[in-house]
Design a binder for this molecule. Structure first.
Ligand SMILES: Cc1cc2nc3c(=O)[nH]c(=O)nc-3n(C[C@H](O)[C@H](O)[C@H](O)COP(=O)(O)OP(=O)(O)OC[C@H]3O[C@@H](n4cnc5c(N)ncnc54)[C@H](O)[C@@H]3O)c2cc1C
Ligand code: FES
Length: 263
C-alpha cells in the first residue's frame, strides 16, 4: 500500500480535448512516483475557496521522470466547470488513495465508458509491460468525446474497439454490444477466453457489463465512483452496498469485485 501524502502541486497545462473534456497535467513528484493503476487523488483548489470540499479524480497517466500526473476530467458541476480557467497555479492533492485493479490474469478485457477510460489506462500500461494480452473497449457519446482513443492506440499499437452513441465513430450504440461480441469471440490476439474484465463508467454501464461478466464466468472488477467528501474513510458519504456489508468507496475501493456489489 502506498503512503498517503498531502502534496502541494502545480498545474502545468490544462487543455480542452473534447466536448466538456479537459486534460490537466500536474507537477506532483511524490504522487507521480507512488500512484498505482486505479487509484485517485483528492484535489483542493485554493482559488475556489467557496468550494470547501475536495474533488476526486482518477490518475490517467503518470511520469515518474518529469514528476507529473495527468487528469482527464469532464465538466459536470460547480467545480469542474471552473477548472478549465485554471491554466496554472498551485493546488493540493491528497493521494494516492484507494485500492488498485487486479493484474492477476492471462487475458483481460478493459471497458471504459466516457471518462471511465481514464482510470483504466495505467492498468493497460501494466498489462502491456507484463506481456499479458488485453483488449480495450471504449464508449462515448460522439467521436469527439472518444478522447482517450489515441493514447490507447499508441500503447497498444492498434485501435481499441470503439462505440459511439450517435454512430459517428466505431460501432453505433452503446459499447455493451462490443463487450458481448468480445466475450463470445475471446481475445483478439489468439481467441482465448478472457479471465478478467475491468470496467469503469456510468453505473448502469458497469451493472450491465458486470452481469455479462457473471454470465460468462469471467472475474469482473468495477470502479465505483461515488460522491465523496473526506476521501479518507472518515465521513461515510461514499458508501457502497456489498454482500459483505457497507464499504467505503474511497478507501475500501474504488475497485470492487462486481459480484460483491449489491447493485
Ligand atoms: C474515485 C473517483 C474518481 C473519479 N475520477 C474522475 C475522472 O478521472 N474524471 C472525471 O471527470 N471525473 C472523475 N470523477 C468524478 C468527479 O469527482 C466529479 O465529476 C466531480 O467531483 C464533480 O464536481 P463538481 O463540483 O463539478 O460537481 P457538483 O456540482 O458537485 O455536482 C454536479 C453533478 O455531478 C454529479 N456528480 C458529482 N460527483 C459525482 C460522481 N463521483 N459520480 C457521479 N456523479 C457525480 C452530481 O450528482 C451532480 O449531478 C471521479 C470520482 C471518484 C469518486
Ligand atoms: S469520502 Fe468520506 S468515507 Fe469515503
Amino acid at each position: 500500500m502506498s503512503h498517503l501524502v498531502n502534496e502541494k502541486a502545480r498545474i502545468l497545462t490544462n487543455e480542452n480535448v473534447g466536448p466538456r473534456l479537459h486534460l490537466m497535467v500536474i507537477e506532483s513528484p511524490i504522487i507521480a512516483k507512488s500512484i498505482q493503476p486505479g487509484q485517485f487523488v483528492h484535489v483542493k483548489f485554493p482559488d475556489l475557496e467557496a468550494h470547501i470540499l475536495r474533488r476526486p479524480f482518477s490518475v490517467y497517466g503518470h511520469n515518474e521522470k518529469s514528476g507529473t500526473i495527468d487528469i482527464l476530467y469532464q465538466e459536470v458541476g460547480s467545480v469542474t466547470r471552473l477548472m478549465p480557467s485554471m491554466q496554472s497555479g498551485e493546488i493540493e492533492l491528497i493521494g494516492p488513495i484507494g485500492n488498485t485493479w487486479s493484474t492477476d490474469c492471462t487475458r483481460a478485457l478493459l471497458v471504459g465508458g466516457g471518462v471511465g477510460a481514464a482510470p483504466l489506462f495505467m492498468l493497460a500500461e501494466t498489462l502491456k509491460h507484463a506481456g499479458t494480452p488485453f483488449d480495450v473497449i471504449l464508449g462515448a457519446q460522439t467521436k469527439d468525446a472518444l478522447v482517450a482513443r489515441d493514447r490507447y492506440k499508441a500503447l497498444m499499437e492498434r485501435e481499441p474497439c470503439c462505440a459511439t452513441d450517435d454512430g459517428s465513430y466505431g460501432s453505433p450504440g452503446f459499447c455493451t454490444s462490443l463487450v458481448e461480441e468480445r466475450l463470445s469471440q475471446g481475445c483478439i490476439e489468439d481467441g482465448a477466453p478472457y479471465d478478467f474484465l475491468a470496467v469503469c463508467g456510468p453505473e448502469p454501464l458497469m451493472r450491465i457489463v458486470a452481469d455479462m461478466g457473471a454470465k460468462a464466468g469471467v472475474r469482473t472488477q468495477v470502479s465505483m465512483e461515488k460522491r465523496m467528501a473526506c476521501g479518507i474513510g472518515a465521513c461515510l458519504s461514499c458508501v457502497v452496498d456489498t454482500v459483505d456489508g457497507k464499504k467505503r468507496s474511497c478507501i475500501d475501493g474504488p475497485i470492487f469485485e462486481a459480484n460483491k456489489v449489491v447493485w
